[in-house]
Write a protein that binds this ligand. Sequence first.
Ligand code: UDP
Length: 367
Amino acid sequence: MFYDYLVVGAGLFGSVFARQMTDAGFKVLVIDKRDHIAGNIYTENVEGINVHKYGAHIFHTNDRTVWEYVGRFAEFNRYTNSPVANYKGELYSLPFNMYTFNKMWGVTTPQEAYDKINEQREASGITEPKNLEEQAISLVGKDIYEKLIKGYTMKQWGRPCSELPSFIIKRLPVRFTFDNNYFNALYQGIPNGGYTKMVENILEGIDVKLNCDYLKNREELDKKAKTIVYTGPIDAFYDFRFGPLEYRTVRFETEVLDIPNFQGNAVINYTDSETPYTRIIEHKHFEFGTQEKTVISKEYSKSWEKGDEPYYPVNDDKNSELYEKYRALADEEKNVIFGGRLGEYKYYDMDVVVKRALEVSWRRING
Ligand code: UDP
């Protein structure tokens, strides 16, 4: 069988691209080196609970087209992400909002909170933030930086905030209202039945081959299609020619507990630097589960090494420069398309991945 497209990776980018091209009349084969579809949004049913095997994923978007698109393949529930930060036993609301400011300083009005942040910002002398540390202090002041950002970020990225780009912290809203919604998105939810089911629906009727490692069987697989859509790490595609890009990976310690409710929330972040994990996920709360048992996962962040699954690109200056070298090679490719978080080495959220896949497929179809 000869295909128009060989899609490497059955994650969100690959699946949406495959769906679009299939619907446009092209023959598509999707392969994945793992034994399951859905990439890192894969969910597995444990004790009746959809466990986010590769870390918590909460779908959120401002883009109606994207929302309606995913709505074709799953019904989304009303879950709204409101993580809680635990700093040495003190609990704070996230994202940074009036509840956080009240707990931190006892302030009760937005003006008081604003004044407090302003006072700390001025004392720091930062006018043009150049890195995550400076950006964080100018957004929320020194106290919040010290208790809720510094330790968590150090654990998450394995380097101090002063060595990280400021855009990472801008993912989080800062609000002078009592609104605990972690995202500024019009649409948000978790697919009923789990992400795996949603991706299964996206891939319906499309040829999928699992346990199939593209990079190990390249010669033979390249013969299977006119065009390759590669969603794995771009540096691996080029055999690390310019050196490896850095990624963060996550190790999970997952436990089934014989109690119905462990922490009362889907996500609790441990923001001190001593607790070795970054957060604990209690999966049932993503779907308002009422099972008798509960499943929790502790997330330990670490540097990616060969054999690990990469999760987060490290978009600092050094890695961004290196990525540009790989991208220059990619731009020259006539028969290869790179997509997704790893293929484009970008800290994309799921909605952006869907949007990119729709755009790329649209361009292929409409020229
Ligand atoms: N962050 C933090 N404290 C928190 C939560 C997040 O300092 O309690 C920072 C941290 O640097 C993190 C970034 O904000 O990498 C983005 O957080 P987000 O929750 O978007 O990360 P993700 O869910 O993608 O891991």
